[in-house]
Write a protein that binds this ligand. Structure first.
Ligand SMILES: Nc1ncnc2c1ncn2[C@@H]1O[C@H](COP(=O)(O)OP(=O)(O)O)[C@@H](O)[C@H]1O
Ligand SMILES: O=COP(=O)(O)O
Ligand SMILES: [Mg+2]
Length: 536
């Protein structure tokens, strides 16, 4: 690795807040010193297998490839959450010869941003419960509290809990934990422009209602200052490097299935102002990350997008063709051909969002020659540009063909799926029908009540941040491939009035994931000389 100041010098960043030799935070005033000039390249994908199909890896490799072409590029990514790190997917720092470093630090505590978000979130929860204990104003109706706790782990046992069993003045009550990436504060850190905006958004967080049904916000508890104080450094983007010594800015961590799925806009500003090509990832498939990147992030950040890379893999398309996870390494051209219908749908989604995708076939070692040539044949018939990406095996050199397709694409205005002043119900129905291909939306009783509440509170002009399974275009994780003749069901809607999002919860999506029977944590260790091993 190069010393982090050498990475900063490559792109002209002059001031850093060092976190050791290889990590640094970028002061807010540094961000605005340059004008925007970089083209925005979005990396999205088809619906993935539980292992992930290589968007992070491809984003890193493509950014490095631009340097091979003599262009300056910055890759922006989200901070990995310990949920997947210890859970199914493992780390979020790419793989093979296309990684961001120091990967062990980045995958674990990094610069402490998630811990800060966790503390700020739980501080507010403790103050809410304390007001009830001391019978202080604002005293919330316990059954109408809409602010739980967060923890950066996959802990299904905390999805629904009872609190107050100890010395708590008898206020025993139901409560819950979400994973930190699902916290509204995680979304706020990803969209706030400066400390004033941060505090304004924190103060507008809706925490619940009094018994007289009046709404109560975080500002009513007088701890917004303390929350902002503990978040002071978490708002600053983190500068690190790729495995080829090119700049990477990693900041904020909302997942794309339970939140908006993109790194901070501040990180993107650095990518646009300090390089020719910002390569950035939106989580999971285009139905989730790319939809929200266009309809929420690019609208909030007010920027155009040039290119869209659509990552596809043989293994995920076989999965969509009906192959079980444990058989994905076995050749199966027939299943690949059937599952390719999922790729066709994502090409259409990216076009609906206003862009012409370039398909990146992310080549895995298990792909056979027959499968690879079949997939190239199928993609050719889909009338879309594509390149076989070898960035995992070869680093930036393996992404040059892809980068050459992207370098001359001109910025375009995204096509928003909904107008911001439409009612929430219509926004949700537009996304479900136009992006997912659903015939319509079913609204559970609780969801209908939430819609009414949103209108009564005057929040109909909020962004819609859909929460649903990442495995299917529908809200049923078993409905793979290119499902048709289905409706999606909205169970309820979270109101994030600080971020100005409403979060419709579809199907049985949970904002607190669980661990698999064999957690990735089992392969992690610390050697006697202090080396962390086994993080993948
Ligand atoms: N071409 C490849 N060959 C082998 N493993 C890969 C390849 N691309 C990605 N991976 C691995 O697959 C997992 C998911 O990759 P990642 O880039 O995180 O995907 P995503 O961002 O789409 O979830 C990581 O462990 C990564 O190292
Ligand atoms: O939020 C999900 O991100 P990945 O698609 O990178 O796992
Ligand atoms: Mg990723």
């Amino acid at each position: 690795m190069l010393p982090i100041e050498e990475i900063a010098q490559k792109i002209g960043i002059e001031n850093l807040i060092h976190y050791g030799n290889y990590k640094a935070k970028i002061p807010l005033e540094e961000i605005w010193k340059k004008e925007r000039r970089g083209k925005v390249i979005l990396v999205t994908a088809i619906n993935p297998t539980p292992f992930g199909e290589g968007k992070t890896t491809t984003a890193i490799g493509t950014s490095m490839a631009f340097w091979h072409l003599g262009k300056k590029s910055i890759v922006t990514l989200r901070e990995p959450s310990l949920g997947p790190v210890f859970g199914i997917k493992g780390g979020g720092t790419g793989g093979g010869k296309s990684t961001v470093e120091p990967s062990s630090d980045i995958n674990l505590h990094f610069t402490g941003d998630f811990h800060a978000i966790q503390v700020a979130h739980n501080l507010l929860a403790s103050v809410i419960n304390n007001a009830i204990y001391h019978n202080l104003e604002p005293c919330l109706d316990r059954k109408k509290i809409r602010w739980g706790h967060v923890l950066d782990l996959n802990a299904r046992e905390l999805r629904k809990i009872v609190i107050g069993l100890g010395d708590n003045g008898g206020a025993i009550a139901e409560d819950y934990f979400e994973i930190t990436s699902a916290s509204e504060i995680s979304a706020i850190i990803a969209i706030a422009k400066d400390y004033e905006d941060l505090k304004e958004r924190l103060s507008n967080i809706l925490v619940g209602f009094r018994t007289d049904k009046t709404a109560v916000f975080a500002r009513d508890f007088k701890v917004v200052g303390a929350m902002a104080a503990v978040l002071r450094d978490a708002l600053l983007p983190n500068l690190v490097q790729t495995s080829e010594g090119t700049p990477a800015v990693i900041h904020a961590g909302p997942f794309a299935n339970i939140a908006h799925g993109h790194n901070s806009i501040l990180a993107d500003e650095i990518g646009m102002r300090y390089s020719d090509y910002l390569v950035t990832e939106a989580g999971f498939g285009s139905d989730l990350g790319a939809e929200k990147f266009v309809n929420i992030v690019s609208r909030l950040g007010n920027f155009d997008i040039s290119g869209a890379v659509l990552v596809a893999t043989v293994r995920a398309l076989k999965y969509h063709g009906g192959v079980k996870k444990k058989h994905l390494a076995e050749e199966n051209v027939e299943a690949l051909e059937k599952g390719a219908e999922n790729l066709q749908r994502h090409i259409e989604i990216v076009r609906k969002l206003g862009f012409e995708p370039v398909v990146a076939i992310n080549h895995f070692p298990d792909d056979t020659e027959r499968e690879l040539s079949k997939l190239q044949e199928l993609v050719e018939d889909m009338n879309v540009k594509f390149a076989v990406s070898e960035v995992f095996a070869k680093g930036g050199e393996g992404g040059v063909e892809l980068a050459k397709y992207l370098q001359d694409i001109e910025p375009r205005k995204p096509r928003f799926v909904y107008k911001i002043d439409e009612p929430v119900r219509e926004k949700v129905e537009a996304i479900a029908t136009e992006i997912y291909g659903a015939d319509g939306v079913d609204w559970d009783h609780k969801a209908k009540k939430d819609l009414k509440l949103i209108s009564n509170l005057g929040f109909d002009d909020f962004f819609v941040c859909m929460a649903k399974t990442q495995y299917s275009l529908s809200d049923n994780p078993k409905l793979l491939g290119a499902p048709e003749n289905f409706v999606v069901t909205v169970r309820s809607l979270k109101i994030s009035s600080g971020a100005k999002f409403v979060v419709p919860l579809l199907g049985d999506i949970s904002t607190m994931p669980g661990l698999p029977s064999k957690p990735a944590a089992e392969s992690i260790d610390l050697t006697k000389d202090g080396q962390i091993v086994g993080l993948r």
